[in-house]
Design a protein around this ligand. Sequence first.
Ligand SMILES: *Cc1c(COP(=O)(O)O)cnc(C)c1O
Length: 455
Amino acid sequence: MTEPTPSSFEVHDKAVLAKARAVLDASESPRAWADAVVDAVKRNDEWRGQRCLNLLAPEAPTSPTVRRLLASEIGTRAAEGHIGRINRWFAGTQHIDEVEALCVELLKTAFRCRYADHRLMGSMLGNLTVYHALTQPGDTVMTASQPFGGHSSNRHDGPAGTRGLTIVDVPYNPATLEVDLPAFTQLARQVRPKLVVMGMSMTLFPLPVRQMSDVIAEWGGQFIYDGAHQAGLIAGGQFQDPLSEGAVILTGSAGKTFSGPQSGMIMWNDPQLTEPLTEAIFPVLVATHQVNRVAALAVAAAEMIEYGQRYMAQIVKNSQALGRALDERGISMLGADRGYSQTHQVIANVKPFGGGLEVAHRLAEANIITNKNLIPGDGPEDWDRPSGLRIGTIEITRLGLREADMATIADFIARVLINGESTQTVGQDVIDFRLPLQTFYYNFDNGWPAWVNGE
Ligand SMILES: *Cc1c(COP(=O)(O)O)cnc(C)c1O
């Protein structure tokens, strides 16, 4: 194999692409190439799946049933359009209709709302649905900037920018990490945004949804809550409930705290929104929408209804305990004066240890997976090398861990960052700690962690 050669202009890392090209060049056999893919997946499973402490805030382990459904036959079937015989282009969809209708009804139950849609491939598309349905190019929206936790889907480089919207920053108080309500009120009255979209990837505390909604209601503005991260916490009743506090739409990722298959969800109550939102989803943003994923999402919703309250409450308890334990070991934590967190995340300022990029990679060498994060004080020039580190407790909670275990995890992190121990030594201890923990709880396959009944 000689061509095609990697392009000289790439956004992807050229060295990684070249390595893949070398794998293809090393053999003439497409079967060997396929094997190389399967082998890489297996290596990830053995490392990330079995040996690592995965503390990434935007990912969650699914239950065995959810994972099994992702590989099911129904995922090979085409079913575009809305649910029901007359709405589909294809015949033979009666069981697909059953699955999809169950998913919609389960989402409505899980989120205590009147409408939900199950067809979005990601929360990015949920936000694009909102911008498509409710704005025109040139409209003004207000959203949070990234150093305060905002996400690109509501910024210039994402769906909001693509829609040609004018984006004005929601003012924040860097000391308290809270929306600066007086400044927001003044600025909002001046620019009169059509929408305020609060989508927080760095999320420690609830937002003043009611107060912000009331301000923009003065000119008919609407509040959208992008709950990509918080969807599970919301469904589990462990966080603010945006739809009952003034938000007209809630979007969410299914694969973050909600602990289902990676994809998107959108929920609302106002019947007048149903047509614009539903028709933005199909035929604008999705056609074939992966019915295997819909089935998996439906089961994840049922799990959330049965197990969500306790599962999500434990996630929050664990993040608070982990925040405290890290703080006690000399790692500076955001929100320390407010109890560290009311979500699945805690945020460390790791600038003294070399910054988020460097620290996240050092911890990964010790089999502890986190991510770099912008924090207040970081500017645009710090984008690639921000000061913060985001640490999440979804997976360790689903593995059955609770507050007392957080000290062990904080010790691993402190041994690398504070004591400067070799990542190899700490990494071996991490593997020894993790290997016995291979069961995901809070689902119909494995039930509750054993300690729940022993309490
Ligand atoms: C993760 C995230 C998204 C994107 O969600 P996907 O499901 O990955 O498409 C959107 N908004 C916010 C605030 C996020 O954190």
